[in-house]
Design a protein around this ligand. Structure first.
Ligand code: PEP
Ligand code: MN
Length: 346
């Protein structure tokens, strides 16, 4: 059930409703909206008596939730959530969030070289795995703590926000110290203990769609995170497994408007894992922005042929500049913007 507060309800009234909900043994999730605050209730097994809450000062109405998810749905919050990372970097607003960088952090020089080029082109967020979930245990697994240190340095020196993956519960403590956004990878979309742990984090979470996950499963995975109190979740379409064998994955761009109809969470697209092939990254990026995605996460490498992971799908910095030029024009048609780049010496 959702408790819709009146538009002029005071913060004391909102607190009092939350306390009442908690005294009933449930968890209260106050979510401020533009016109009014809605309070989601979780932890109840059966229906809740609306009359117990409707009589409290400041309460407008109590509405039952028709969907299996309570906190990620638009029923709770009509407008799209904007995740503010500070320094003017927001995800879900007018400006598109462009996250770019290598699949994996390989060494300091590699990370700095790529950061300099993507930031000059207009990316305000830097990606790079320090912990890599690899299909083979013999493939490069990432630099772990050393990789996180390099990422933190890149963030400071290039004025970029850092996105990196936590592959298990144990790695979250370290990742949340160095990263601005914790990525939960496709293979972990239903790792429920990891979802609960990042749900307790003070960092926003980038949740990638599982390789065979339905839209409802993606939203329910996000619900795990919100139910623990972390409302700052960004969804990511990164391609799913289908019978199509011309592409590493099938990038399901039709999920973008479908998610946007149901959920207030921002959603971005990963055209790199979505296609697996360098020459398809720009065309699918254009399509992703045209369909209404809130941003992109793109793998870029200055020497893709030498990359320790995902070289085939990593675009060159010059191609990334081209990508930005093209999506800027498409963004303009939709009333959205892309940040202008700035040069920072390597
Ligand atoms: C990645 O971003 O490098 C990655 C491993 O992504 P995914 O979880 O989507 O495969
Ligand atoms: Mn990768």
């Amino acid at each position: 059930m959702l408790v819709m507060m009146k538009s002029h309800a005071t913060s004391e009234e909102i607190d009092a409703v939350c306390r009442k909900i908690e005294s009933m043994g449930y968890k209260a999730h106050p979510i401020p909206g533009i016109t009014r605050t809605a309070i989601g209730i979780t932890g109840n097994q059966g229906p809740i008596k609306a009359s117990l809450l409707e009589s409290l000062p400041g309460v407008g109405e109590c509405v039952p939730v028709s969907k299996p998810y309570k906190l990620v749905g638009r029923e709770l919050k009509e407008e799209t959530t904007i995740i503010d990372l500070g320094d003017g970097v927001r995800i879900g607003g007018t400006e598109l969030a462009i996250i770019a960088g290598p699949c994996a952090v390989e060494n300091r020089d590699q990370a700095r070289t790529i950061a300099a080029s993507v930031s000059a082109a207009g990316a305000r967020l830097f990606r790079g795995g320090a912990f890599k979930p690899r299909t083979s245990p013999y493939s490069f697994q990432g630099l772990a703590e050393e990789g996180l240190e390099i990422l933190a340095e890149v963030g400071r020196d290039f004025g970029m926000k850092i996105v990196t993956e936590a592959i298990d519960v144990e790695s979250v403590d370290l990742v949340e110290q160095s990263a601005d956004i914790i990525q939960v990878g496709a293979r972990n979309m239903q790792n429920f203990s990891l979802l609960r742990r990042v749900g307790k984090s003070y960092r926003p979470v980038l949740l990638k769609r599982g390789i065979s996950a339905t839209l409802d499963e993606l939203l329910m995975a996000a619900e795990y995170i919100l139910s623990e109190g972390n409302y700052r979740v960004i969804l990511c379409e990164r391609g799913i497994r289908t019978f199509a064998d011309h592409s590493r994955n099938t990038l399901d761009l039709s999920v973008i408007p479908a998610v946007q109809r149901l959920s207030h969470l921002p959603i971005i697209v990963d055209p790199s894992h979505g296609t697996g092939r360098r020459e398809r990254v720009i065309p699918l990026s254009r399509a992703a922005i045209a369909v209404g995605a809130d941003g992109l996460i793109v793998e870029v490498h200055h020497q893709p042929e030498l990359a320790l992971s995902d070289g085939n799908q990593s675009i060159h910095p010059s191609e990334f500049s081209q990508l930005i030029k093209e999506i800027r024009q498409i963004a303009g048609v939709l009333g959205r913007t892309v940040a202008t780049g700035h040069e920072t010496p390597v």
